[in-house]
Design a protein around this ligand. Structure first.
Ligand SMILES: [Zn+2]
Ligand SMILES: [Zn+2]
Length: 286
């Protein structure tokens, strides 16, 4: 193992990968890792926004970053705590056991070599693009029922018989899976994962499936989940921060883009990038 450090072409990340493997091999191979990592990442990345919400009451500068200023106040600590309890409950009762069963069916093995920096960059980028695409399709499907009804209503089809049974079918995905997430008209960081247990599970499986399809190295997969969680938190945080990622990478939608989706209940279906919404005509300026 020590020889790998002295290899002239050993990847830059080899030392990091070896120390993580040596210290936490059992954890890395645990069936409970995906759900535990997802939950902990989300809570830790959301925590700074709890402080920002507290500062909002005393700092004019922080208030000026708030997107919802004028239409909604920052969430109270009690709302944060209630949201935390709901998330913990859904993870413990659904997400953790379900992902543990799925994970135990996979043959777990840790590679000896770390990925090169370039490989890590390509794999993480491919995962983000793939996840963005499959989530866009899934999210659009969950809203489609609502859109059909809005369409029928808007063209005022007099006499059109939209039977109770048809209504039931077209709205089912939205009402039973996604509607809970839309109870936050003005979202906040922790509420990024405040969805039904089934939706929460589906998002984790889509993220894991994306990494599996790309054939990610475990280190790349860990980085992908980290960036994925951060982007979800930033999208829901309620602040248009001066150093937000979408200001550095204009291909990202950012918090205003996703908040428009929460405000209008339609448009901006992709989680991070805006190209699918532009292509399908579902982009909604925020
Ligand atoms: Zn939605
Ligand atoms: Zn959302």
């Amino acid at each position: 193992m020590a020889a790998a450090h002295t290899e002239p072409h050993a990847p830059v990340l080899q030392g990091l990968w070896e120390s993580v493997r040596a210290a936490h091999e059992e954890v890395l191979l645990s069936s409970y890792l995906p759900a535990s990592y997802g939950f902990l990442l989300h809570v830790l990345l959301s925590a700074p926004f709890l402080a920002l919400d507290a500062l909002c009451g005393v700092s004019r500068r922080v208030r000026s970053w708030r997107i919802a200023s004028g239409s909604g106040s920052q969430p109270s600590p009690r709302r944060w705590m209630e949201c935390f309890r709901r998330l913990l409950c859904r993870y413990l009762t659904t997400v953790l056991p379900a992902t543990a069963v799925i994970q135990s069916l996979r043959t777990a093995a840790l590679p000896e070599l770390a990925p090169s920096c370039w490989q890590l960059f390509v794999e993480v980028s491919a995962c983000l693009l793939l996840f963005d695409t499959v989530y866009f399709i899934w999210h659009l499907s969950m809203h489609r029922g609502t859109q059909v009804i809005q369409y029928v209503t808007s063209i005022k089809l007099e006499g059109a018989l939209l039977s109770a049974q048809t209504k039931e079918r077209v709205c089912w995905l939205y009402r039973n899976i996604h509607q809970l997430h839309h109870e936050h008209r003005v979202p906040f960081a922790l509420a990024a994962q405040d969805s039904s247990a089934f939706e929460l599970l589906s998002l984790l499986l889509l993220a894991q499936g994306s990494a599996w399809l790309v054939g990610c190295h475990p280190l790349s997969e860990a980085f992908f989940h980290l960036i994925n969680s951060w982007l979800a938190v930033e999208d829901h945080c309620g602040y248009d921060l001066p150093l937000a990622l979408h200001k550095l990478l204009p291909c990202l939608g950012g918090a205003r883009y996703h908040q428009a989706h929460h405000n209008f209940h339609s448009g901006n279906y992709a989680p991070y990038f805006t190209h699918w919404d532009h292509l399908f005509g579902t982009y909604r300026a925020s």
